[in-house]
Design a protein around this ligand. Structure first.
Ligand SMILES: Cc1ncc(COP(=O)(O)O)c(C=O)c1O
Length: 310
């Protein structure tokens, strides 16, 4: 697909995403290979799955002549952070509906959004929940008629194609592609183009995330014949979204030190901790190659709100 010239020039500023081989005794002992797909290195702001998910949405926004994008997220949202920056770079306006009350001092994420020209509107938690229902954001269309509505987390059919491009950058030989799941959009995009016998392993970052099975299936309705090549593990959330445990923090610190590679506790830390737990449980077969997607989100490390659930 031909990209809008402004998006093309933004894309040219992105760095390649290498594959980093991880070596340690837990892996060699079980004859496993582990590599990390470093989408965190694509760009300081448009990093990880954010660029992948936004790429064709923003292409549509530019080609269709919308003047801006309106979307929603929490006060530390990686999605809004990337969206605000991308819109500023592309000459588009942006509005972010932020979950919860406004605090007197804005956190670093929200300050960045303002710097990049995003209009911020704080909405109550109840109203925010309602906005997840596609019908209820209709009201915003009156105040922003020429804006494109992008659901929470950039979850849309338009996101799938950009995500699937990750697969073109992977080597031929691997058995599992493991990734963190919030809305399940990244998993759906990968699932739509993954070829057998490779499988996807999604690690849910939030508690009670069984609903993601339906959400992912819904995103994949345009691929009715695609095989069920994914499984979603629901028990590695460490107490809930953005919650941590002392064990998770210990794991992240040790992993970062050993491999000189930054993780964050909301998505990628839980993902790697889950993969290592599964390795210990002999979930993977000897000889298998596991690729873990580093989906970025490192700006979220600035949060002081992570709470320990134990
Ligand atoms: C860093 C990071 N990793 C993973 C995810 C989960 O992606 P998805 O919502 O597509 O499941 C998100 C949320 O968008 C994220 O910010």
């Amino acid at each position: 697909m031909i990209l809008h010239p402004r998006l093309e020039s933004l894309q040219q500023r992105l760095a390649p995403s290498p594959l980093t081989a991880i070596e340690d005794s837990q892996l060699s002992h079980r004859r496993l290979r582990l590599s990390i797909k470093r989408d965190d290195l694509i760009h300081p702001v448009l990093s990880g799955n954010k660029w992948r998910k936004l790429k064709y949405c923003l292409n549509h926004v530019l080609n269709a002549g919308y003047s801006g994008v309106i979307s929603m997220g929490g006060a530390y949202s990686n999605h809004l952070h990337a969206l605000a920056y991308a819109c500023q770079q592309l000459g588009l306006k942006s509005t972010g509906l932020i979950r919860g009350e406004q605090t007197t001092e804005l956190n670093p994420t929200l300050r960045d959004l303002l710097t990049w020209g995003m209009e911020l509107r704080f909405v109550s938690r109840e109203h925010y929940r309602q906005l997840r229902d596609p019908q209820s954001y209709e009201g915003f269309k009156f105040s922003h008629p020429d804006y494109f509505w992008l659901p929470e987390g950039g979850s849309s059919q338009l996101a799938l194609q950009g995500v699937a491009e990750i697969l073109d950058e992977l080597p031929d030989e691997y058995h599992w592609l493991a990734l963190a799941c919030g809305t399940g959009t990244t998993l759906a995009g990968l699932s739509s183009q993954l070829s057998a016998p490779r499988q996807l392993l999604g690690i849910a970052a939030l508690k009670n995330a069984g609903f993601l099975n339906q959400d992912i299936a819904r995103l994949l309705t345009q691929f009715p014949h695609h095989p069920r090549n994914w499984q979603l593990l629901l028990d590695y959330h460490c107490g809930g979204f953005a919650k941590t445990t002392p064990a998770l923090i210990r794991f992240i610190n040790a992993f970062e030190q050993r491999h000189q590679l930054a993780l964050e506790p909301v998505y990628t830390g839980k993902l790697l901790a889950a993969v290592y737990d599964l390795i210990e449980q002999d979930f993977f077969q000897p000889g298998q190659h596991i690729i873990v997607l580093h989906s970025g989100g490192l700006q979220g490390r600035r949060s002081e709100t992570f709470t320990t659930s134990q």
